[in-house]
Write a protein that binds this ligand. Structure first.
Ligand code: ADP
Length: 166
């Protein structure tokens, strides 16, 4: 069984992430969406549990996709899935430099671990979780950017956070 691990912060999961997951699920026997607890990015809006719950809500109809929270180094985490590869989405040249560095570092730590890159769909090359959070803080309609199952959850959380900082 060929497993693909799709790691990220998914804070929150967007239609761009979903596009990569659908394509990976059509190619691999199993896709493990790994919500990284310490991704090195700035303070996430959602807790790891909230991010997992949203991703599960969105992905429950895909039988070969599972969602997990992953702590620590991805290269170590991946060892539990024999023969697994990492899948990443590439949006632009800016993604490429960072992702190449990560892929090479992961291979250094775990030499058997390959990283496969999927080019972002043209429709979603501009889309990131950060952009969605910014739009949400202005009360914008999120339905073009997020799976419909989580639009309200994200809008409510951003509003609640903004209130706390007023
Ligand atoms: P973000 O940059 O949106 O916070 P994550 O850290 O959650 O993203 O990203 C996890 C993976 O998904 C990375 O490989 C990232 O390049 C990819 N990705 C993020 N947004 C998109 C998109 N719109 N289209 C394709 N891939 C994406």
């Amino acid at each position: 069984m060929k497993t693909a691990i799709y790691p990220g912060s998914f804070d929150p999961i967007t239609l761009g992430h979903l596009n990569i997951i659908h394509r990976a699920a059509a190619t691999f026997d199993r896709v493990v969406v790994a919500i990284m607890v310490n991704s090195g990015k700035k303070q996430p809006l959602f807790t790891p549990e909230e991010r997992c719950e949203m991703a599960r809500r969105v992905l429950c109809s895909l039988p070969n996709v599972e969602v997990t929270c992953a702590d620590g180094l991805l290269a170590e985490y991946a060892r539990q899935y024999e023969g697994a590869v990492i899948v990443k989405g590439l949006r632009a040249l800016t993604d490429f430099e960072y992702e190449l560095q990560m892929a090479l570092t992961n291979k250094k730590i775990n030499p058997g671990l390959e990283t496969y890159f999927l080019a972002a769909s043209e429709r979603y090359t501009y889309l990131s979780s950060s952009i969605v959070k910014e739009l949400a803080s202005y009360g914008a309609d999120l339905s073009e950017f997020l799976p419909q199952e989580i639009c309200q959850t994200v809008a409510d959380k951003v509003r609640q956070e903004d209130k706390q900082h007023e």
